[in-house]
Structure formats: C-alpha cells, structure tokens
Design a protein around this ligand. Structure first.
Ligand code: ADP
Ligand code: ZN
Ligand code: ZN
Length: 803
C-alpha cells in the first residue's frame, strides 16, 4: 500500500504530495486526513495523508516507509481536505500551510534542533564543556554560549552532527482516578481475608461496595470515604483498586454572571428576516444573506434563533465574531441560550484550551462554535448555518499565509453543506452591499431598533473653532457640558479615543519634525510609562528626546492623545467621575477585557474610556452619552478604505448609546467636519454614505468596481527592493491581459518594516481569467530565482489594506 503525503516543509520544490510505502503493520490504520511521521531527507517530519493507492509510477524500491501514524481517526475531514486544495489555489499558498491553518496549534508539529557529539577530540575544552556528560545538547544551548561559528565548522568537519526531532505540543489533560475492579466476588474475598488490624482497609472496601460509581479521585476517597493515601495504596496492591488516567477537558474560566436568558417576541422586521433564513435552512439552499440592520436592531437575536433552528434539525452552527476576546458579552449570550453545546475559540485561550475546544467540535460533543476568524475551519460534519457578525471587519482577513478571507471560506463551506450564510452588519463592506444590490447576496434589512428606541442624536463638533475660541482642552465645551449633565443624572458615558494611525507621536513645534522609527519609517508611539517611544511594527524602543534631532529646539514634545492623558484631563474636569480605562495597557492580562466590561456593566464606573476595542459589542442599558474625542485619525490613513473605515467606526461607536429605554446622545469631535464620512455619520444612514463612497471608488478604480491584487517585494537593500519590484511589475504587465491595469511599482506607504524596504504594485482588473495561472508562474520565478537574492515576494488577492 502506498500513501501520498503532504509534508510539513514550506518550500517550492516540495509543494506537492510525496509517495511513501505503508509498512504492513500500519496498513489497517491508514486513512486520508491522518497525520504521519515520515522520513524526509536526513530528518523526520510530520505530514498529512492526502491519498491512498496501490500503485505508483515511481521506482518502488526507492520509496521510503511511513515511520508512524499519529491519528487513529483522521483529523482532517474529507471536506476540509477538499477545502485545503481550494484554499491553496485561491490564496496561492503552500498546500501544507492550507492544511495547518485549519488545525489548532496543538496538532501542528514543531521541530527542535539538537547537536550530537561525534568526535570529542576535535572540540576545544570550553566548547566540549557544554556537552558535560551528555552526547546531545540543544541548538539553543550552543547559540546562547556563542559557539555557532565553531559549531558550523564542526558540522562540516564531521565532529558534530545535526539532528532534528519533532516536538508535539499540548496533550490531552488527564487526571488520575482509582477504579474499583468489577469482580465483586474477588472484592468480597479480599475483604474476608483481611486481618483484624486492617480496620481502615476494611472500612474503605465496605464503602466502595456501597457505591454506584466505580471510579474516584484521591480527593474523593479522602473526603467521602475518609480514606488515607496508604490505605488506597494497600488496596491497589491487593488488586481491589486500579490506578487509571482519565482524559478531561481544561475548564475555561469566565466570570460569574447572574442574568438569565431573555427571549423576546420578535419584531415584525426580525420575523421577516428569520422566516427567509429558516426557509433556506428547510430547503437546504446555500443562500448568502446580507443582514443589514442598524445598531441595536436585534441582529444577534436573529442569529440565536437561526442557530436554534439548526440545532433542532440535528445540525451544527458556526458563529464568527471579529475578535472574541473583545466581545465577551456576545459569547455570554450564546452560553446563556445554548449552555454546554457551545465551544469557544479565540486568541485569549491557551494552546491546550484551544485544543480541548477543538476536540469537542471534532467529536461532535458541541453544536455551536463561537469564535474568531479561524473558527471558520471548525471540523463540524453537518453544518446547518454559518454566521459572520460585523462582516465588514478587516480581522476576517488573515494577513499572513494563507491570506484567506473568512467570508470566502464560509461561502465555500455553505455550498458544500447546502446551508445558508448570514453576513451581518450595521455598516456592511461596500463589496458585500454591492453584491446584495445586484442580487448575488440576498438582502435582509432591519431599519428599526428592536425596542423601537430612536437612534441617538449625533452632534459634530468643529475643533478648529474651539481652538480659535481659546479652548485648548481635548474636550469641546459642548461635550464637557454633556458629560457633566449625564454625571448628574447618574447615567453612563463612553469616551472613545481613535488611536489607529498616527495619534500619539512626538512633534517639534518649531520645525514640525515627528520622531520616526529608523527601521520602519513610521511615527513612534509615545508611552508615558518611562517616557519611552515605541515602534508598533518592529518593537524598537527609545527614550523621548529632550531636544529636536533636526533643529535642536527644546519645544519637542508629545502631541496627540493617549488614553492616560485623557484620563488625567477627566480627573481635572470631572473630579467626581469614576473612570475605567480600556486600552492595550490595561488589557494585557488574560480575562481583563471581560473584567473591565463587567465592572462597567455592574455600574462600578461612570465613564468607560477606551480605544478601538470599545467600539463594538457593548450593550449596556445605562449608556446615554458617547463622545468621540478625535474622529480624524482613521481618515488620514494612506488607504483607499480610510473613509469607509471612519464611517464604520463612527457608526459603531455611536451605536453604543441609548440602546435600551433611555435616549442616547453622541458628540463627534473633528478638525474636518466637512468630510462626507463625518458629515454622514450624523444621520447614521448607511445608504447615502454607500452611494457617495461608490462614486469615489468608481472614479479612482477601486473595489467593488475593480478587483485588486497587491504584489509586494521587500529587501534589506533599497536598490534591490525597487529593482525586483520593477521586474515583477514589468513581467505582470507583459503577461496579463491588456484590459488589466498594473499600477506601480511604488514604495509602500509604510516604506520599511523590520529593516526591509518595501515596494509594491497593484493589479486592477474587472475580469482576468489568466490571473491565477500567471501569478503562479511569477511565484515560480520568484521561488526558483529571486529568493536566492534575499528578495521576499508576497501576493495578496483582495487585500484588506494596501499600506
Ligand atoms: P444588534 O446585534 O443588531 O446590535 P441586539 O440583538 O444586540 O442588536 O439587540 C439590541 C437589544 O435589543 C438587546 O438588548 C436585545 O436584548 C434587545 N432585543 C433584541 N430583540 C428584541 C425584541 N424582539 N424585543 C425586545 N428586545 C429585543
Ligand atoms: Zn525641530
Ligand atoms: Zn520599527
């Protein structure tokens, strides 16, 4: 028997299945989708069986044997094997990357390099000392001790040998249990043969005989049966008890909530939408619905109902949220409704916890997964519905290989399972709304808030006028008044600080110099703790300069606003307010998002001050005022989606106010009130924004009128980066259809990251049947030729940003 294996090596000549012979002993275990260890060159690597066959065109005597099979049952389902093929082609990645991305990290292998000592006499004394009495040490030990050079010499010389071993990650968690032997006669026999002195053993056996349960932890035996360690040991020796390991799931800790699941009489709009979705479920139609509902219109309630319907039919559901650690409220609602049938998957979990949640899905022990992007690969076998909440969010696109969009994968899986997809948003991506307008997606609209509350009134405040009137504070007079009013009424306030882009930099007020990262060409971010400047791309840190590096002026200082600075100003302006701050600094530890939100929900603070992470998902009845301190920062991103992102953000944040009985108010502070993305946030009407933005997109040839593919070339040497970018651009221009535009090459907006210069070109096209084929050819040239020159080429189809 022969198997085709995709091996865990990402390299161009290896991006195909390899044939291996299956040793007879393993033949019955072989299945498509199982992981194997196989020899590859001098090492052993992990791989996936993608095909089983009897014959091969290759010389059988040259084939190697499968070393071992890791899975008793295949961990990649037939569906996901197919999906991985599609993903490989769609995103132009290695097939191994497409397979790995679908599995939890615990199931991927990592490799450890060891150095084996062959000839001790060749090494100098200090080097030899690293080995001590051992024959093998890890590569890291040698690296740390600074012997890499000498190691290389000896590897070539033969005195040392490199070994790579596969390291498996997290294992199933087990606990020890003591099991009572089922042979009761034997137990009674043992009981009778005990000496009079063995009172304790006697008591324990009698107790065990009375129990229904047959396995106990040591703690149970001690607490319930009053036994001791030595008694248990004695019974093990006698064969009455048997020590056993039992697999358990890691428990994901979460805070305690005291609320109950609320069920509502659905509104007419909700009912209409749900009827259509359920109809598609009944008739196994793979319709993609775009659920466009204003904030607070009850979209989540529709998701819950649609999923319930799916569970009733014995099917499963995937519920995607942009980044789940930021939306504990959402997860909580799902747990309230579906209890133990929910698995949760997000970046805040440990490798082991993720592995456990994944296995619950794989074993069919849960019916719903609520998770971030990668949960789209949940190995459910009979999907009834797939939902993406906040479908416009850019976190659904993976920025690394494979560069997939969860929306595309959702639609692929819905075709496979013949089930509907719901894309939900108050501010859909232009692409999705355009598709819905053309009838490619089926549009469902919710125009009213679920409890018929009015949308909050939005006031745009011109900060230039404030400055002219001598107000240098970051609070306009109007916003400050509104905050005071709400504080008096004991209502809650959300203050939003738009931090994306260049918001807290150090600037010289004499010459205008902004301190930038020398490696990344991007403004350094000011951190008050330790007066440090940090680069958010490469992690570079330096102290804040006391004089301007350009003109030596002393008027160089922090500009823009950090959350801490706002916090200080709040303390000055509203000394009695209780403030909670939510930003990267206060949410570093596990569970801190959830804790802060719960405190706010429980009314322990008057003001929640935060960055992007508070824009979504908050649903608290007492919030009646939302203030956006600086709307402009997203508008100034060098990205064609800047206006769309600003409008989305303003609408999302505004949607936090007045969701329940009390009326809400919003203040948006800006230096560019005339920009349509700001202007139209006032009415919070999506349609007018959509039409205005579509005109701009059409004029400049951007999506959804054109498709984009971003080709980026990076190199440590600026000349080579630009030279190869030109080669790539010219090649594409010569090989793609004449109607396709190839724009560039240009330096990227962020022209340097981690010491590599970045150049790019954009492919714009409406229809390009040759695209994938030609890009594959370009990749071949790159992987066989350019890569040797230190060039890195990346291709992003439908990029979410072009910075
Ligand atoms: P969205 O997801 O569109 O922002 P939600 O589903 O969170 O909206 O609903 C907003 C609020 O309205 C929530 O507090 C929710 O409990 C409530 N709600 C939803 N549907 C109804 C309904 N049919 N009747 C009354 N309240 C509802
Ligand atoms: Zn200066
Ligand atoms: Zn940097």
């Amino acid at each position: 028997m022969i198997v085709e294996v995709i091996v865990d090596v990402s390299a161009y000549p290896i991006d195909r299945p390899f044939d291996y012979i299956v040793p007879e002993a393993l033949e019955t275990l072989v299945e498509r989708g199982s992981r194997v260890h196989v020899p590859f060159g001098p090492r052993k690597v992990q791989g996936f069986i993608t095909n089983i066959k009897e014959e091969t065109d290759l010389d059988k005597s040259k084939l190697k044997e499968v070393h071992s099979i890791l899975d008793v049952e295949p961990i990649v389902t037939e569906e996901l094997l197919k999906l991985s093929k599609w993903l490989t082609n769609k995103t132009l990645c290695y097939e191994i990357d497409a397979l790995q991305v679908m599995l939890p990290a615990a199931l991927r292998a990592s490799y450890k390099k060891n150095i084996k000592l062959i000839d001790p006499s060749a090494l100098d004394e200090d080097f030899l000392a690293l080995f001590g009495k051992k024959e093998i040490v890890s590569y890291e030990v040698i690296e740390k001790a600074g012997y890499l050079r000498s190691m290389k010499k000896h590897l070539t010389g033969g005195a040392l040998q490199l070994e790579t071993v596969i390291k498996q990650h997290a294992k199933a968690k087990t606990i020890v249990k003591y099991k009572v032997t089922p042979d009761r006669e034997f137990i009674v026999e043992q009981l009778n043969s005990l000496t009079k002195q063995a009172v304790k053993q006697k008591e324990l056996i009698e107790w065990l005989l009375q129990q229904q349960q047959t396995a106990f932890t040591m703690q149970q035996l001690i607490e319930l049966a009053n036994a001791s360690n030595s008694t248990v040991k004695a019974l093990i020796e006698k064969g009455v008890l048997e020590k056993e390991k039992e697999e358990v799931y890691r428990e994901i800790s979460s805070l305690e909530y005291h609320d109950k699941d609320k069920r509502f009489q659905l509104t007419e709009e909700q009912t209409n939408a749900l009827t259509k979705i359920n109809h598609a479920q009944e008739h196994a139609e793979n319709t993609t619905f775009l659920l466009h509902g204003i904030t607070g219109s009850g979209k989540t309630e529709i998701y819950l109902n649609a999923i319930e319907n799916s569970i009733l039919k014995g099917k499963q559901a995937i519920m995607l949220v942009p980044e789940i650690s930021l939306t504990p409220q959402m997860t909580h609602r799902f747990k309230l409704r579906f209890g133990d049938q929910v698995a949760v998957m997000h970046s805040g979990l440990s490798i082991g916890e993720k592995y456990d949640e994944w296995r619950k899905i794989w074993r069919g022990e849960v019916k719903v997964v609520v998770g971030a992007r990668s949960a789209i690969f949940a190995p459910f076998k009979d999907l009834g519905i797939i939902i993406l909440d906040e479908e416009h969010e850019s976190t659904y696109k993976q920025e690394d290989n494979p560069r997939y969009h969860a929306r595309d994968v959702a639609i692929w899986r819905s075709e496979f399972h013949q089930c509907p997809v719901i894309l939900g948003s108050a501010t859909p991506s232009l692409e999705s709304y355009a598709r819905a307008s053309k009838g490619v997606y089926s549009l469902l609209t919710l125009q009213m808030r679920a409890k018929e509350q009015a949308l909050p009134t939005v006031n745009v405040v011109d900060m230039r006028a404030e400055l002219k009137n001598g107000n240098r504070s970051m609070f306009s007079v109007d916003l400050a008044d509104a905050v005071r009013e709400k504080l008096d009424k004991k209502e809650q306030i959300v203050l939003f600080l738009n931090k994306r882009g260049f918001s807290s930099f150090v600037l010289c007020r004499d010459c205008g110099t902004v301190v930038e990262c020398k490696q990344c060409d991007i403004s350094l971010t000011y951190h008050r703790a330790g007066e440090q400047l940090k680069c958010h791309y490469c992690g570079h840190e330096e102290p804040v300069p006391t004089t301007c590096p350009e003109c030596s002026s002393e008027h160089i200082r922090f500009f823009g606003t950090g959350t801490q600075k706002v916090e200080e100003e709040i303390a000055k302006l509203f000394p009695y307010a209780r403030v909670l701050r939510m930003d990267v600094d206060t949410t570093r530890t596990k569970g801190s998002h959830e804790r802060i939100l719960k405190q706010f929900g429980d009314g322990e603070a008057d003001i929640l001050l935060g960055t992007q992470m508070i824009a979504k998902g908050l649903d608290f009845p007492n919030i009646t005022l939302v203030g956006v301190l600086n709307a402009d920062t997203t508008l100034h991103l060098a990205d064609f989606r800047a206006a769309e992102k600003t409008f989305q953000l303003m609408t999302q944040v505004s949607g936090r106010a007045g969701r329940h009985d009390k009326e809400g108010q919003v203040y948006i502070q800006t230096y560019t009130p005339e920009h349509y993305a700001i202007e139209l946030s006032k009415s919070q009407l999506y349609e007018p924004f959509y039409h205005t933005e579509m005109l701009t997109r059409k004029q400049y040839g951007y999506p959804p009128f054109y498709f984009l593919t971003l080709v980026q070339v990076t190199h440590e040497n600026v000349m080579l980066a630009s030279e190869y970018a030109k080669l790539a651009t010219d090649w594409l221009r010569a090989n793609l259809s004449s109607t396709t535009m190839v724009v560039g090459p240009t330096a990227s907006a962020i022209s340097k990251i981690q010491n590599r210069y970045r150049y790019q070109c954009l492919i714009k096209y409406k229809k390009e049947p040759l695209l994938i084929e030609k890009l594959q050819q370009l990749i071949k040239i790159y992987r066989t030729e350019w890569i040797k020159k230190g060039v890195i080429l990346t291709i992003d189809l439908d990029p979410s940003t072009i910075l």
